[in-house]
Design a protein around this ligand. Structure first.
Ligand code: C2O
Ligand code: CU
Ligand code: CU
Length: 555
């Protein structure tokens, strides 16, 4: 059965869904437009009740902005913070002392060419290691988990930040502990700036934390005491853990106030498993915006869009011109309804759970297929229309800037005429995810490539599967084409089936069920000797359940 049929199925049970709209179709037909208006009106109503000021990076404390040159030590600690108002939540954090101030999960600021020289000390009772997600560094400094830091021990990082300007991030990478440590707090941002970045900020008069706002999207579940709950069932450790509460910068039900001008949002999906279909909405309609950059920095030109998916691990650099908005109404950052396409279990699409609360729990236990995914909570279902943040508009000083026509020079995709290397994504039917039929074995390099090689990889996802955001360590890459995309994805695509973020340099590519995505990678690097990295799904539970491989770049 095709996904097309499945979409018909979902359409026909639309009344059971959040707002009854057809997934993936943004006002494509009058009927869909009506449903979309109702869906967005529901989201805006939800956001109207948001009362918590968005946590913003300040000059100390949680997410405090810290230049890379101003610290030499990071401790991985157990602490407590206030996530929900009035509650203390036990939390894991990266703690730094600098200039008499304490930082937790600092937002690290670097200029391209700066050095990272820092000693990480593990003060928790589990192995851990810091991985610098998206940075091209040698394999020892990558922190890819092939070696880890035991409790009480330290590791020294020493490398040069040579990547393009972008918002990168850092998080733990000790296999066996990744999802729970990230979930309990270990994750933050790392900004690299270069001349293009400085020019854009000047051109648009942007200031980090005021008119340029990082947004870390995470879903979490809390128990009655305000503690984070992470207790995946067998099915959830295969399918992925979803929290019922959506947090932005660890703020639940947040709002911000900004002027009617161009505002830049730098969005990270820091969730373990949840995908979002992002849009800015107002008055029942999506407000268009500009995609300015992706994982690996600015696009060559801004791209005008009105929605985009963001998968775990991915970042989006977005410019919203709030002068286009109605000054009398707030704008809402939303995740629109979509079909999460968790098609991994069963032969009957009708058994797909997540379609509606009443359907959760169906589709389990068929012989020879992996367990279907249970949502951890009725409210935690992926693909439901949800408000993420309310944006209140205020009068602002005269502002007459325009989004520049050219943002950066983006190197062309590395050309290569060889047949692509195939990466087949699948599962073994007994709770493990596989790449080319193999479950992750950290001791074995599943493939090796030659330093300086330019390769195409064809990442092929099975029809009976889930979406997999595939992340490559060591090298950023370009997307060449998408084939076989399911209808809701194809509807957002342009030439060669490419999605908006496929126009940029990226480190994580979302591969939907049934899709084959061809990427181009240039394995040129300046490091000495063989380099060992990993390639894995960034749905953290999938990586833990085997969807990771080790590869060597031969010197
Ligand atoms: Cu964001 Cu291998 O990690
Ligand atoms: Cu990474
Ligand atoms: Cu996956």
């Amino acid at each position: 059965m095709t996904t097309f049929t499945r979409r018909h199925f979902l359409g026909s049970i639309g009344a059971l869904g959040a707002a009854g709209s057809v997934p993936g179709v943004l006002a494509a037909s009058p009927g869909a437009a009506g449903a979309m208006t109702a869906e967005i009106a529901g989201i805006e109503k939800e956001a109207a009740g948001f009362t918590n000021p968005l946590r913003l990076p300040g000059s100390s404390g949680l997410f405090g902005v810290l230049p890379v040159s101003e610290f030499r030590e990071v401790q991985v600690v157990r602490t407590e913070i206030e996530v929900l108002p009035g509650r203390r939540t036990p939390f894991l954090a990266y703690a730094v002392e600098s200039g008499g101030k304490t930082f937790l999960n600092p937002a690290i600021l670097a200029r391209r060419g700066d050095d990272m020289r820092v000693r990480m000390t593990n003060r928790i009772d589990e192995p851990t290691v810091i991985h610098w997600h998206g940075l091209s560094v040698d394999s020892r400094n990558d922190g890819n988990g092939l070696s880890v830091v035991l409790p009480g021990r330290s590791m020294d990082y020493n490398f040069t930040l040579r990547d393009r300007s972008s918002m990168y991030w850092y998080h733990p990478h000790a296999h066996g502990f990744i999802p729970q440590q990230a979930y309990h707090g270990l994750a933050s941002l790392l900004f690299v700036e270069d001349d293009d970045e400085v020019a854009l900020r000047k051109e648009l008069d942007l200031a980090l934390g005021e008119t340029e706002i990082p947004l870390v999207l995470q879903d979490r579940e809390f128990d009655a005491q305000g503690r984070l709950r992470y207790a995946p069932t067998t099915a959830q450790s295969f399918g992925g853990w979803l929290g019922d509460r959506l947090l932005v910068n660890l703020t639940e039900r947040p709002f911000i106030q900004v002027g009617r001008r161009i505002v830049r949002f730098r969005v990270l999906n820091g969730s373990n498993a949840r995908n979002y279909r992002l849009a800015f909405v107002q008055g029942g309609r999506p407000l268009g915006f500009f995609l300015a950059g992706t994982d690996g920095g600015l696009l060559a030109q801004p791209l005008r869009i009105d929605q985009t998916f963001i998968a775990p691990g991915q970042r989006l650099d977005v410019l919203v011109d709030l002068r286009e908005a109605d000054p009398a109404l707030p704008v809402t950052l939303a995740s629109l309804t979509f079909d999460p396409m968790h098609n991994e279990g069963g032969h009957d699409q009708g058994h797909a759970n997540h379609a509606a609360p009443t359907m959760a729990g169906m589709g389990h236990g068929q012989q020879g297929v992996a367990p279907a995914v249970e949502p951890s909570h009725a409210m935690g279902m992926e693909g439901d229309a949800r408000a993420l943040m309310r944006i209140d508009l205020k009068q602002s000083a005269r502002y007459e800037r325009r989004v520049p026509a050219v943002l950066s020079s983006l190197p062309a995709a590395p050309a290569n005429a060889n047949p692509p290397r195939r990466m087949q994504l699948g599962h073994n039917g007994t709770g493990n995810w596989t790449i080319n039929g193999q479950i992750f074995d950290p001791k074995v390099a599943a493939l090796s490539v030659q330093r300086g090689a330019r390769e195409n990889w064809l990442i092929e996802n099975a029809e009976r599967s889930m979406p997999h955001p595939m992340h490559l360590h060591g090298f950023l890459f370009r997307v060449i084409e998408r084939l076989g995309s399911p209808t809701p994805v194809r509807e957002l695509a342009g030439a060669r089936g490419l999605l908006p973020q496929d126009q940029g340099l990226i480190d994580t590519v979302h591969v939907w069920p049934g899709e084959s995505v061809r990427i181009a990678i240039d394995f040129t690097h300046p490091n000495v000797g063989d380099q060992d990295y990993v390639f894995h799904c960034h749905t953290l539970e999938h990586a833990e359940a085997g969807m990771m491989l080790r590869y060597t770049v031969k010197a």
